[in-house]
Design a protein around this ligand. Structure first.
Ligand code: PMP
Ligand code: GLN
Length: 380
């Protein structure tokens, strides 16, 4: 076994979902909605499965989907992407792997922000990259100039940014994007932007891609996920968006990771992006109401709740809630004794973890959220 993967534990999401299944708990751990997803988009996938081709689609993705993705980002984020700059992948996870495997050479330094999504480090290390971690802390989870100065060196090849940020639920403000862009340009670094949560922002916020900042268009790899755009996390249709020289490298890696992605799902995502556009207003509005419901219930039950500006997640501050257990012990007790699964945020840190925050997924029915609150009130 390669040293990177030796003794690597099962992901926290699988661990907690496993416990929830085993114990019959309400699962507010792993992030996924508890509804079926938009019916017209699913109908399209079913139709394409029965009447369309089920053979290999083109390696870089169905032309109609690449065109629809470019058009979607034009409409929603004002980006001027050409369809030739889009590569369709099997989920954002494969897009991340393709970016790390094709753009990192052994010894290259990669700047990352903790808390970080669990797939990043093993893939970066397996590619030979050397992580340089910037540690973000609640309640604001922001970085500043001094933190970037400490992390960037002459060996910096890449920076990985996730905004909206899972698990913090923050949206990186424009001034922080500008600061990071300044460092990328000064160090001639590539930015890999994990924007899977771009469509899930609240209170009137509009997602801005780092790609949109001066000097970033040619050096940014923007990653999206149809699983998040349409709230069907099992679909595993992702997108890589990048200028042609980067796209050539990304596609070279993609062809040997998965080569392609099921054609009926690609066709349905293309249709949804073109024709189901009301969804992109209705979906975040519905999630915002769910966020507010869970947050109000938890506050009434005596929990200190951190603000959530995007994603499916909000966080509770255990310390500020008067609880003394660390996040992992709290989450284990919560699932075992009270029947609610949550995610300890320490799992998103590779070193010096923040250990007093637990993440809850609010992409659930009102009834499920209310029952979870009633159970959690007993864990106080
Ligand atoms: N990046 C982040 C930040 C995520 O939260 C997730 C999954 N929720 C992914 C990547 C993976 O996306 P996909 O399921 O499309 O592979
Ligand atoms: N992204 C999801 C989350 O944060 C989990 C994805 C996974 O299970 N790998 O909950």
């Amino acid at each position: 076994v390669h040293p990177v993967f030796e003794n690597l534990p099962t992901t926290i999401f699988e661990e907690m979902s496993g416990l929830a299944r085993e114990l019959g708990a309400i699962n507010l751990g792993q992030g996924f909605p508890d509804d079926a997803g938009p019916e017209p988009v699913r109908a399209r996938a079913a139709e394409a499965l029965m009447t369309g081709s089920n053979q290999y689609p083109p390696m870089r993705g169905l032309p109609e989907l690449r065109r629809a993705v470019a058009q979607h980002y034009r409409l929603s984020q004002g980006l001027d992407l050409d369809e030739s700059e889009i590569t369709v992948t099997s989920g954002a996870t494969e897009a991340l792997a393709a970016a790390f495997f094709s753009l990192i050479s052994p010894g290259d330094e990669v700047v990352l922000f903790q808390p970080l999504y669990d797939a990043y480090l093993p893939l970066i290390r397996r590619a030979g990259g050397v992580p340089r971690l910037v540690r973000l802390e609640p309640p604001h989870w922001r970085f500043d100039r001094a933190m970037l100065e400490a992390a960037f060196t002459p060996r910096t090849r890449m920076v990985v940014l996730n905004s909206p940020l899972n698990p913090a639920g923050t949206v990186v403000p424009d001034e922080d994007l500008a600061l990071l862009a300044e460092f990328c340009v000064a160090h001639d670094a590539i930015a890999v932007c994990d924007e899977v949560w771009e469509a899930v922002t609240f209170d009137g916020r509009r997602h801005r891609s780092l790609m949109d900042l001066p000097g970033m268009r040619e050096r940014t790899v923007k990653i999206g996920s149809a699983g998040k755009l349409f709230g069907m996390t099992g679909w595993k249709v992702g997108f890589l968006c990048a200028a042609p020289p980067l796209t050539r490298a990304l596609a070279a890696a993609h062809q040997f990771l998965t080569f392609t992605t099921p054609p009926n799902l690609q066709a349905a995502v293309a249709w949804g992006l073109d024709h189901h556009r009301d969804w992109f207003t209705a979906m975040p509005a519905g999630l915002q109401a769910s966020r507010d419901r869970l947050s109000a219930g938890l506050v009434a039950a005596g929990f200190a709740v951190l603000p959530s500006a995007g994603t499916y997640f909000l966080n509770i501050d255990l310390r500020a809630s008067g609880l003394t257990l660390n996040d992992r012990d709290f989450c284990l007790r919560l699932v075992r004794e009270h029947g609610v699964a949550a995610i300890p945020v320490s799992a998103f840190y590779a070193e010096t973890p923040v250990q007093h925050i637990a993440r809850l997924c609010f992409a659930k029915s009102d009834q499920t959220l209310d029952e979870a609150v009633a159970r959690m009130a007993r864990a106080r």
